[in-house]
Design a protein around this ligand. Structure first.
Ligand SMILES: [Zn+2]
Length: 218
């Protein structure tokens, strides 16, 4: 999966597509492409879903109010999967799960109590999607999106890299609670080696983690 563009704005044209959206909220729109075959995503989806739910069990509490697909024909039934999100048996399930992971990360990092999202598929090209994430601070939404896409690409293509991405996410959560100014306290609290800490910090910079925005939280 590859991010094409990210843009923040009001995007009022999507208000009617998810009734949980607050009408005047800020949203981040992520346009992304899936980069492999349809079968690849469909076959890997059950494993991806269970891995995500295992690591982020709170996603089980998410509520899906969108995903109306009654007018489309799908040959891949996902009915056997116990899933908290709506499934349609196509590539969009993977992107929709990415949406929920981004929302979850945003709530963990940004301490948001509630936010909604939306996943839309293009008619052409068929492998392109728009994901909308409701946010208070688009920098935190952007970070959450970058971390979620990295984690998904780890799960889909390079599982050995997953642990270091999860370390970075855990560091981001810790910073969001303690504030970046208390770096020494964070290091002590985590009890990580200097190398592990530096690698996680470097990951956060790659994901555009808003260190400065969170510095004031002390
Ligand atoms: Zn959903």
């Amino acid at each position: 999966m590859k991010i094409i563009t990210c843009e923040d704005g009001a995007f009022p044209e999507i208000n009617h597509l998810n009734h949980d959206f607050k009408t005047d909220s800020l949203r981040l729109r992520i346009t992304l492409d899936t980069t492999l075959s349809r079968d690849y995503y469909i076959n890997l989806f059950p494993k991806l879903l269970f891995t995500v739910l295992d690591i982020f069990p709170n996603i089980r509490k998410h509520h899906c109010s969108h995903g109306q697909n009654s007018d489309t024909l799908r040959e891949n039934s996902m009915d056997h999967l116990p899933s908290p999100i709506k499934l349609v048996g196509d590539v969009i399930d993977t992107v929709h799960l990415f949406e929920h992971l981004t929302l979850e990360l945003q709530c963990l990092i940004g301490q948001m109590a509630q936010c909604s999202g939306l996943t839309c598929n293009y008619w052409s090209p068929e492998n392109r999607f728009d994901v909308y994430i409701e946010c208070d601070d688009s920098r935190i939404a952007q970070f959450s999106c970058n971390a979620a896409i990295a984690l998904f690409n780890n799960m889909l293509h390079a599982e050995e890299k997953m642990v270091s991405t999860l370390d970075a996410i855990y560091l981001a959560q810790t910073i969001s609670k303690a504030g970046w100014q208390k770096q020494e306290i964070i290091k002590q609290k985590l009890g990580w080696s200097e190398l592990k800490f530096e690698q996680a910090e470097e990951h956060l910079r790659t994901f555009a983690f808003p260190f400065r925005a969170l510095s004031a939280v002390a």
